[in-house]
Design a protein around this ligand. Structure first.
Ligand code: GDP
Ligand code: MN
Length: 355
């Protein structure tokens, strides 16, 4: 489960890691801003800065409008239910720090880079520090970070932060904790400017205290093979399973199972694409919809809207039949998205891409 930023920051605050002072507001609530602030759309997705989801407000009287604008701005298909209003940090440097689980070695790993911020993905992999983190080496890792970031005067502070982050990572059953930017302020404080946390939901039974903002309903999505080459989207659990089986029977590796259910909307299709794009080897997406209650034209609209949100989706092999399939075909044709008549046709085409 991915937490929203303000939820993640609350966990950091509880662990004595410095985060900016902030309050959350929901739609219609007054902003009460009296000094320069940063308004941040609380959507379960990164890259908000580039998409207008982070607004720096230097004049407090602009806050109300900026906040209203954020509630109206979908970010990759997600509309926020909450906006986080924080003190504006005076940023001297933006660093990068994260903790993850290496599932192959079963170790907890620190990943760090001296250049954080919204362009972090442009850093080449060799430049990242990667260090195993254990309860016994937090002092050493703190020292390594001070050296990497070139802030030796912050060694003690970093050692504390690493220790506190490690404790909270383990205690809270996190699988990912990413602080980007990890901010060094003008007055030499180290502050978690942004925070992304993934919790291991299998550990929820240990955490009666976990209580987080209501999410849009989770789609029924299962990873089968993260190295798989064919992603699948279908409606209804039975058809979704049959689709996965058919892909495998055709000698291809299905990456996932996804039942988008009866209420396929743009948001659920965008979420599906988002997760599919996380797989490194997916070469083609097979979409198999048999619409009864679901309407093909709604699915077509969702596909069109979703494809417009992504610049580099793998090719789609789409079979849509049932309620309103003629309208769906027209809508898709207008966008140069072609349909295939049967699942078998989809698999034949998919195979050309997948192999
Ligand atoms: P993300 O784009 O979703 O990762 O959102 P972030 O919270 O990381 O914010 C994106 C960028 O906005 C940061 O890298 C900063 O450059 C800028 N930013 C965020 N908060 C502040 C702040 O308090 N002060 C200043 N000056 N810039 C900020
Ligand atoms: Mn960020």
């Amino acid at each position: 489960m991915n937490l929203l930023e303000y939820e993640a920051k609350q966990l950091l605050r509880d662990a004595h890691v410095t985060v900016p002072q902030g309050v959350t507001v929901t739609l219609g609530e007054p902003t009460n801003v009296s000094s320069p602030a940063v308004l941040k759309s609380q959507v379960p997705i990164g890259g908000r800065g580039k998409l207008g989801g982070v607004r720096v407000v230097d004049d407090p009287s602009d806050a109300e409008m900026a906040c209203a604008a954020l509630f109206d701005l979908p970010i990759k298909g997600f509309l926020p239910r909450t906006v986080l209003i924080e003190e504006k940090l005076m940023i001297a440097r933006e660093l990068y720090l994260s903790i993850v689980i290496d599932r192959v070695s079963s170790e907890i790993i620190v990943i760090a880079h001296p250049d954080g911020g919204i362009e972090v993905e442009n850093n080449t992999t060799e430049e990242f520090l990667r260090a195993v983190l254990t309860p016994d080496n937090t002092l050493i890792v703190g020292e390594q970070l001070a050296e990497l970031y070139d802030i030796p005067e912050q060694t003690f502070a970093l050692q504390d932060i690493v220790k506190n982050l490690y404790d909270c990572f383990v205690r809270q059953d996190m699988t990912l904790l990413e602080i980007n930017p990890f901010v060094l302020t003008d007055d030499d404080r180290l502050v978690a400017g942004d925070c992304k946390v993934t919790l291991d939901t299998a550990a929820a039974f240990r955490h009666p205290e976990w209580s987080f903002e209501q999410r849009p309903t989770e789609t029924n999505f299962v990873t089968l093979d993260k190295d798989g080459t064919v992603a699948t989207i279908a409606n209804g659990a039975g058809l979704a399973m049959a689709t996965v089986d058919a892909v495998a029977d055709y000698g291809m590796q299905p990456a996932n199972f996804l039942d988008i259910g009866g209420g396929a909307n743009a948001e659920s299709v965008i979420q599906a694409f988002q997760r599919i794009m996380d797989y490194p080897n997916v070469k083609v997406v097979v979409i198999n919809i048999f619409a009864g209650i679901t309407r093909c034209d709604e699915v077509a609209k969702a596909i069109i809207h979703a494809t417009s949100q992504f610049s580099s989706l793998p090719p789609l092999c789409i079979r849509l039949s049932g309620t309103n399939h003629e309208q769906a075909a027209e809508l898709l044709a207008a966008e140069q998205i072609s349909l295939l008549p049967t699942l078998e046709d989809c698999l034949v085409v998919a195979k050309e891409y997948a192999l």
